[in-house]
Design a protein around this ligand. Structure first.
Ligand SMILES: [Zn+2]
Length: 304
């Protein structure tokens, strides 16, 4: 089963914020936009590579990850509509998935949880048992694939397939493995009629994966021939860009909310809105002077 955090009611959010007391990041006054607005069932918020450390003062590559995440959370709260769901696509924790990293992440994600259900995936800087321990309601459930965290959820215009590419914590490459690929194949085949969007932490890497998804070719073989698959969303490289695979599947590399590895790359989040036959993506860079900030791209779906 996934780790999907259910939406918090206004009452529950305010109660938890009051308990958190002095944590200014959670002050309800900072999140005035959270309540009293309508939901757009076709809009989704993507975040990736949050790299939250147990110590909120931790800085890496000149970025305070907690500050960046909090700034993103405020923007999500201020967005004019509530999304159908929020996806945080792996590398939730700073370096090695320590329990204190997840404790801090759980605190910071609270205002986002007041907007919509939040779906979490894992990256190479996460640690499964610590992660599951931090969200014990889900940890008790039977996993769809042993030792992996995978899920399917459905929205009005697409089915979403979240798979788990965490191989070994703190080792850069990732892998889905044959059991999970089988599971994904069956899940896709059971849902042929609606556009499918697949979400994974590691980047597909061609022709020979070294730092990305080691079973890229096996994954692309599953996806390319199933015409309902329209897009593959991933993070890991901390490098915002979109290309189209030869199969017509859009390959969408999310920006980090935390630190880019290269100068000039943005950090922030992405607004996604689905149409019947396409997806609209908008980069929301924390640096609003970034040339790609607020740039909107429409990705038409390949033919069924
Ligand atoms: Zn990362």
């Amino acid at each position: 089963m996934p780790v999907t955090l259910p939406q918090l009611s206004r009452r529950e959010f305010l109660k938890r914020a009051a308990l958190a007391g002095a944590v200014t990041a959670l002050a309800p006054s900072s999140y005035a936009g959270l309540f009293g607005k309508s939901r757009d069932h076709h809009t989704f918020f993507f975040l990736s590579d949050t790299h939250i450390a147990g110590n909120p003062a931790e800085i890496y590559l000149n970025v305070n990850m907690t500050d960046h995440f909090t700034a993103c959370a405020r923007e999500l709260a201020a967005w004019p509509v509530k999304p159908a769901a929020v996806i945080v696509n792996g590398d939730l924790a700073y370096l090695a998935g320590k329990p204190e990293d997840y404790a801090q992440f759980a605190l910071l994600i609270e205002p986002v949880r007041a907007l919509a259900p939040v779906h979490l995936s894992l990256g190479n800087h996460d640690e499964r048992e610590n992660f599951w321990s931090a969200f014990p309601h889900d940890a008790k459930k039977v996993k769809a694939v042993p030792e992996k965290q995978a899920t399917v959820f459905s929205s009005d215009r697409a089915n979403w397939f979240m798979v788990d590419s965490l191989g070994i914590t703190s080792k850069t490459p990732g892998i889905l493995g044959p059991a999970q690929l089988d599971w994904l194949t069956h899940q896709l085949d059971a849902r042929p009629g609606k556009p499918a969007i697949v979400v994974v932490h590691h980047n597909p890497q061609f022709p020979v994966p070294t730092t990305g998804l080691l079973d890229t070719s096996a994954l692309m073989e599953v996806l390319a021939s199933r015409r309902q698959v329209k897009a593959l969303v991933f993070g890991h490289t901390h490098d915002w860009h979109i290309v189209q695979h030869e199969s017509g599947i859009h390959l969408i590399n999310l920006p980090p909310t935390s630190y880019p590895f290269k100068d000039g790359q943005p950090s922030g989040w992405v607004r996604c809105t689905l149409a019947k036959d396409s997806m609209e993506l908008e980069l929301r860079s924390l640096d609003v002077k970034h040339p790609k900030h607020a740039q909107v791209q429409t990705l038409p779906w390949r033919a069924a």
